[in-house]
Ligand binder design. Structure first.
Ligand code: NDP
Length: 446
């Protein structure tokens, strides 16, 4: 297999899917040599079967807003690969959602889920519906209309959705409720559920906490202590806020956060009081990050800006969305002395930015490894649901830490170069790929 030719062919077949092509290109170029060591893979055309989703559902979602107007959105579910377990991946509600973005996310999810050591295949879904500014009743009606289309295609051993951008506990609750009504069953078909109906302790925290645990593992390889380090974070949603909370408990300083409107910059680090304010603002009141500056004028607010060129930091943890950190941002971070980047979001760094980080030989963890704690804990939620048991927070957190350590170990195993530098991109891609590839080979051509 020639990676270049392979990508060219996909480019010709899917010309309007830049995010999907970007994600595939990164993986295929980094596994090319390993893939070619096994001629049987090519005989079975394994790579093409792994890159093209098993199936895609797309549908219209019609719902009625509070003013009585009928609104229409697109809904999707991409079932990418179930070689190692039921399809599993989040649902994203955001105005920017399209088939390309969901295909890239489902593709990445397949490798990420393989790395977690748990039995989960890859999927992703969502809609171009934006929850921002919608009432609770509108959100509920939309979620019900979405699931009215999708419920037949999902199930506890078939496809288990969860949250993502714009989908948190409230949305999962509404979708699960409607699923339960249609399917007439009470099973673990969604993860990220409320604690009263099968949710797991630590699931809301898991992606952010897991990213911090992965970062600690990386820092340990160079004997670096997290205490006192300045960390720039982007985003202020689920992943960003729990990342910030854990970092502060470890003695690090959080010097930035953001949303799609702009960034706040706190060169000396946010205080615990300020962090609590942000947590409530975003999680309880669904406010904007600019309101932090209104309340604490000493914290700068930069409208329309991402944090990267405006902070001095030791570590960056992009936790908002894809392609939010470009080549110029990467160069600015490196010039300011950044020694580590650990991605909470999926594919937040552009290919040019990734090249810069790797060329500078800093610690750089791609999202599919660093943010895998979220889906791993979803896997633990599925295990608890199957057993009809609930584990304690300590038990779940201990398992999360152990899983992040194991993901780190796999990345080091497959990613260490001759000069000792660990290329975590290659490590994560090769480790994730080998397990899925072996399972696909064993199961025949499907
Ligand atoms: P949330 O919806 O809770 O938060 C998303 C944050 O990112 C918000 O601050 C949002 O700002 C900002 N954001 C979203 N889109 C854009 C954009 N186009 N430009 C700038 N800012 C943007 O989502 P999560 O925290 O759950 O997800 C964040 C990232 O982490 C995503 O890439 C997701 O795929 C990834 N992830 C999430 C997991 C989870 O368990 N939740 C698991 C693994 C990965 P605003 O409010 O203004 O839109």
């Amino acid at each position: 297999m020639e990676a270049k030719e392979f990508i060219e062919d996909l480019r010709r077949r899917f010309p309007n899917e830049p995010e999907y092509l970007q994600a595939v290109e990164e993986v295929v170029t980094s596994i090319e040599d390993v893939y070619n060591e096994y001629p049987a893979f090519e005989r079975y055309n394994l790579l093409e079967r792994l890159c093209i989703p098993d199936r895609i559902y797309s549908f219209r979602v019609s719902w009625v807003d509070d003013g009585g107007r009928v609104r229409n959105n697109m809904g999707y579910r991409i079932q990418h690969n179930n070689a190692i377990g039921p399809y599993k991946g989040g649902i994203r509600f955001h105005a920017s959602v399209n088939q390309s973005i969901l295909k890239f996310l489902a593709f990445e999810q397949t490798f990420k889920n393989s790395l977690t050591t748990l039995a989960m295949g890859g999927a992703k879904g969502g809609s171009d519906f934006s929850p921002r500014g919608k009432s609770d009743m509108e959100i509920m009606r939309f979620c019900q209309a979405f699931i009215a289309e999708l419920w037949r295609q999902i199930g506890p051993d078939t496809d288990v959705p969860a949250g993502d951008i714009g989908v948190g506990g409230r949305e999962v609750g509404y979708m699960y409720g409607y699923y339960k009504k249609m399917a007439r069953e009470f099973t673990g078909t969604f993860t990220g559920k409320g604690l009263e109906f099968g949710g797991s302790l630590i699931r809301p925290e898991a992606t952010g906490y897991g990213n911090c645990y992965f970062l600690l593992n990386m820092l340990e390889t160079r004997g670096i202590d997290i205490a006192g380090k300045r960390v720039a974070i982007s985003g202020s949603g689920n992943v960003a806020t729990y990342t910030a909370q854990k970092l502060m408990s470890l003695g690090a300083k959080v010097v930035s956060m953001s949303d799609s409107g702009g960034s706040i910059i706190a060169p000396d680090g946010l205080t615990h009081e300020q962090m609590e304010f942000i947590f409530d603002l975003k999680n309880l009141y669904r406010g904007r990050i600019s309101e932090v500056h209104d309340r604490y004028p000493e914290i700068a607010y930069l409208p329309g800006e991402r944090p990267w060129r405006h902070v001095v930091c030791d570590i960056a943890m992009p936790s908002a969305t894809q392609n939010e950190l470009d080549g110029d941002d990467a160069r600015a971070l490196l010039a300011a002395g950044c020694i580590a980047v650990s991605e909470g979001a999926n594919m937040p760094s552009t290919p040019e930015a990734v090249k810069e980080f790797i060329a500078a030989k800093i610690l750089y963890a791609p999202g599919k490894a660093a943010n895998a704690g979220g889906v791993a804990t979803s896997g633990l939620e599925m295990a608890q649901n199957s057993q009809k048991l609930s584990w304690t927070a300590e038990e779940v957190d201990d398992r999360l830490q152990a899983i992040m350590k194991e993901i780190h170990r796999q990345c080091v195993l497959y990613g260490r170069q001759d000069d000792g530098y660990v290329n975590y991109v290659r490590g994560a891609n090769v480790a994730g790929f080998m397990k899925v590839a072996r399972a696909m080979m064993a199961q025949g051509i499907l």
